[in-house]
Design a protein around this ligand. Structure first.
Ligand SMILES: CC(C)(COP(=O)(O)OP(=O)(O)OC[C@H]1O[C@@H](n2cnc3c(N)ncnc32)[C@H](O)[C@@H]1OP(=O)(O)O)[C@@H](O)C(=O)NCCC(=O)NCCS
Length: 164
């Protein structure tokens, strides 16, 4: 598997993945504005496509939550990263792709020695994602409401990542 930067050429597949039921269920209230955002490369964000044998299987975004435009994360510590992830096709769920994607993304985050922790905010109802993050070593921090979404915040500290 490789991660490569998403471009405007990925508009069609990202728009198609957005319609898949498991993707909608994990993020029902956000509009990712792909047409605009795929043509922007702010320094606080990486939007990445995961490919297996050259075929796109999923999307992962890494942001600096302190610098992100909308201040989605509110009052957040410096030197952290926040990640969003999904597998595109239903038939590719549960094949281990998500774990490989997250490990590649976490490696990317912690390569910067200033980064202290990575944050994740799955919906409270997304039990599959909770198990996924817990297995990767993330620790539950708190319940939090983001807009109209009730979410669990999880955090993976650098020390816990290094220990694995
Ligand atoms: C969350 C997601 C990225 C995980 O990727 P994945 O490739 O399906 O997960 P993996 O195959 O790497 O599985 C890793 C672990 O996740 C958990 N998991 C995976 N599928 C699961 C299922 N159907 N039910 C419960 N737990 C499951 C398990 O703990 C699993 O470990 P195991 O295989 O040893 O039991 C993927 O399920 C997904 O895209 N879901 C929809 C979008 C989403 O919820 N994104 C996260 C939003 S915060």
């Amino acid at each position: 598997m490789t991660l490569r930067h998403a471009t405007i050429k990925d508009l069609e597949i990202l728009t198609y993945w957005d319609l898949q039921q498991h993707v909608v269920a994990s993020d029902p209230n956000d509009d990712w504005n792909w047409q605009t955002e795929l043509q922007r490369t702010p320094e606080w964000r990486e939007q990445l496509i995961a490919e297996v044998d050259g075929k796109p299987v999923g999307f992962i975004q890494i942001i600096d939550p302190l610098k992100e435009d909308t201040k989605y994360w509110g009052d957040v510590a410096p030197d952290t990263r926040a990640i969003d992830i999904w597998i595109g096709e239903k038939e590719n769920l549960g094949k281990g792709y998500g774990s490989v994607m997250m490990n590649l993304a976490l490696g990317r985050c912690f390569t910067d020695s200033n980064i202290k922790a990575v944050l994740i905010d799955p919906l409270e109802a997304n039990e599959r994602a909770h198990k996924f993050y817990e297995k990767l070593g993330f620790k539950f921090v708190e319940m939090r409401v983001f807009g109209s979404d009730i979410c669990r915040v999880y955090r993976l500290d650098r020390q816990d990542w290094m220990r694995q």
